[in-house]
Design a binder for this molecule. Structure first.
Ligand code: SAH
Length: 285
């Protein structure tokens, strides 16, 4: 099987939308390299279809008021190169005590290994927000109970798997995308973890209360679900909200405060912001 490799340049504010778009077109995985998005497509997808989809997406972005500056070049990778090209893109990556590695790499027994098969879902650790979330799990898990952990927008399941490796007794990962659900199920099995439940849907489809809730989503969604997150936290529970762009954090922080949580730390990673908040010990459930 041969693959087209597309190297796509796009303005920062359109990068996430583009990643979603190339996956919708049928790209099984993207990599970021030198500020560009590298996307692979099976050669059975007509090259014209892919190019047309990208061109019309540029128009969609422009109509939405974004100066997307979308440009791309592509080539057909020779058959023999494919596996190596793909594998080279998914090298092990460290975040705090965790190492995210694809199934074909050897585990390091001194690290908390998270085996992630990069399928059609977000969360290979090659994104700053995923790595920041992992470091937040490591740093703040000592400050709350270790009973129940909720990962909203689990993607590949990487954060849920990290929570299980960190000692939470029961972990739930929820996602609205069925491709993410499939990928998360596969990854949970790859890591041989029996205490992770993967569910389709949103926080409203999950029952119970949690010691730690993490959500790596866009800011609009974080603002919308802030009250539900606060409502599902146990007293002294920790909430980590990530995925907002710098400049959007004030609105998210306001929403978290209105929902009754106290912000304890904010992290800035380039253009990305993550906020950690706590529910007071005497808060009503
Ligand atoms: N947790 C992973 C993946 C984050 S990508 C990581 O940190 O790397 C965000 C994921 O959230 C996507 O898989 C998307 O399908 C899902 N998602 C978006 N809105 C959601 C919502 N309201 N409820 C649950 N999942 C959602």
């Amino acid at each position: 099987m041969r693959y087209y490799e597309f190297k796509i340049t796009v303005a920062d504010n359109a990068r996430d939308a583009l990643t979603q778009k190339v996956m919708d077109i049928g790209c099984p995985g993207v990599v970021e390299e030198d500020g560009r998005i590298i996307a692979y497509f099976d050669e059975c997808l007509a090259i014209k279809t892919i190019s047309d989809e990208l061109a019309s997406f540029d128009t969609v972005l422009k109509n939405a008021g974004l100066d997307s500056s979308l440009h791309f070049e592509y080539c057909l990778l020779p058959d023999t190169d494919w596996n190596e090209t793909w594998k080279k893109s998914f090298t092990p990556i460290d975040a705090g005590a965790f190492t995210i590695l694809p199934p074909w790499e050897k585990e390091d027994s001194h690290r908390l290994n998270l085996i992630i098969d990069p399928g059609m879902a977000f969360g290979t650790g090659h994104h700053e927000t995923t790595r920041r979330c992992l470091m937040i799990i490591e740093r703040f898990s000592g400050d709350c109970g270790k009973d129940c952990f909720l990962d909203i927008g689990t993607g590949t399941g990487v954060l849920a798997i990290a929570a299980s490796r960190s000692g939470y007794s029961h972990v739930i990962g929820v996602d609205t995308d069925h491709l993410a659900i499939d990928a998360a199920h596969r990854n949970v099995a790859l890591n041989s973890l029996g205490n992770i439940e993967i569910k389709a849907g949103t926080i409203d489809d999950v029952e119970g209360t949690f010691d730690f809730i993490i959500a790596n989503l866009i800011s609009e969604t974080l603002i919308t679900i802030a009250p539900q997150i606060a409502g599902r936290l146990k007293p002294s529970g920790i909430a980590a909200l990530s995925g907002m762009l710098s400049g959007q954090e004030d609105e998210v922080i306001t929403a978290i405060g209105r929902a009754g949580l106290v912000v304890i730390e904010t992290f800035f990673d380039g253009k990305w912001v993550s906020v950690v908040a706590k529910k007071q010990a005497n808060a009503q459930l």
